[in-house]
Design a protein around this ligand. Structure first.
Ligand code: PAF
Length: 283
């Protein structure tokens, strides 16, 4: 598996693969790869025969007080994992390659509606940064398919809308959340947790399971459900950031008539912000 750092070279290599009739898949990542990322590569391998992974810690999607500088960078281990998973090519550009005129001068892509609220409200500019870098990666690689994790549920909705609104000929696949045995959703940020925080962390998933269970058993008072769940999270040391029940497809606030819903949460353990979500379907 070759690692390429320049836009020009990756275009040449992908053009060759395309001439050989290969179907191109893209899995954009920020590196520090874990089993969750590997499941994205596996899914891409199911639908494409030339799978490109990108590793780029995108400064444009980090807020000023966020963890850009400390975000774990583990290139060699990542290359090893990608090779073992059957990835064909790694694109690993630096910031100058992606933003040659500087970030202030970069044209931004804004995806309305689905970018607002939830993480969009808590991390201003975050989804513009994501939509911009993903648009650039789509234009550089021109994949037939692309795979993103359902753990970043709102991000996946943003990308699906971006692709639809801009008529991009790319099929977007979501891959299910991969969890540790105790239920914690895998995330590069889990490694920031202390031993004690790691022990409390599965409570976030458990809280969502209980909340969804209540809805499936007929509870219709969403305000009460959210209050109770936030209290339960606070009791085990979380500082809830948001907890919302939304329509799975539109991300509009759910009502008792919503048949396909999703509960989305972000909560801090110390200074580490964890996110998780759980969908539910009513008959
Ligand atoms: O989910 C991520 O790792 C990032 O937001 C992405 C999609 C690679 C864009 O930088």
């Amino acid at each position: 598996m070759k690692t390429i750092t320049s836009v020009q070279e990756i275009r040449t290599v992908i053009a060759q693969a395309r001439r050989q009739g290969k179907r191109i898949g893209l899995v954009p990542t920020m590196g520090n790869l874990h089993q969750g990322h590997m499941s994205l590569i596996q899914k891409a391998c199911e639908y494409a025969d030339f799978v490109v992974a990108s590793i780029f810690v995108n400064p444009l999607q980090f807020g000023i007080n966020e963890d850009l500088d400390s975000y774990p960078r583990t290139l060699e281990q990542d290359q090893e994992k990608l090779r073992a998973a059957g990835c064909s090519l790694l694109f690993h550009p630096n910031v100058e390659e992606m933003y040659p005129t500087g970030m202030q001068e970069q044209t931004l892509v804004h995806v309305p509606s689905v970018s607002a609220g939830l993480c969009g409200a808590k991390r201003p500019g975050h989804f513009d940064g994501v939509a911009t870098v993903v648009s650039k990666l789509f234009n550089i690689v021109q994949p037939d398919i692309a795979v993103f994790g359902e753990k970043d549920f709102q991000q996946l909705a943003v990308i699906r809308k971006l692709v639809a609104d801009m008529n991009l000929p790319i099929q977007v696949f979501g891959a299910p959340i991969v969890r540790a045995e105790d239920g914690l959703a895998l995330s590069s940020r889990n490694q920031y947790l202390t031993t004690e925080q790691r022990a409390s962390a599965p409570a976030l998933h458990n809280a969502l399971v209980q909340l969804v269970d209540s809805i499936l058993h007929g509870e219709t008072d969403f305000t009460k459900l959210i209050e109770t769940t936030n209290k339960a999270l606070s009791n085990v040391g979380f500082k809830p950031d948001y907890l919302e029940i939304r329509d799975e497809l539109t991300l509009e606030p759910a009502t008792t008539n919503t048949k396909q819903g999703v509960v989305l949460a972000a909560a801090y353990l110390g200074s580490t912000r964890l996110i998780d979500n759980l969908t539910y379907h009513l008959n």
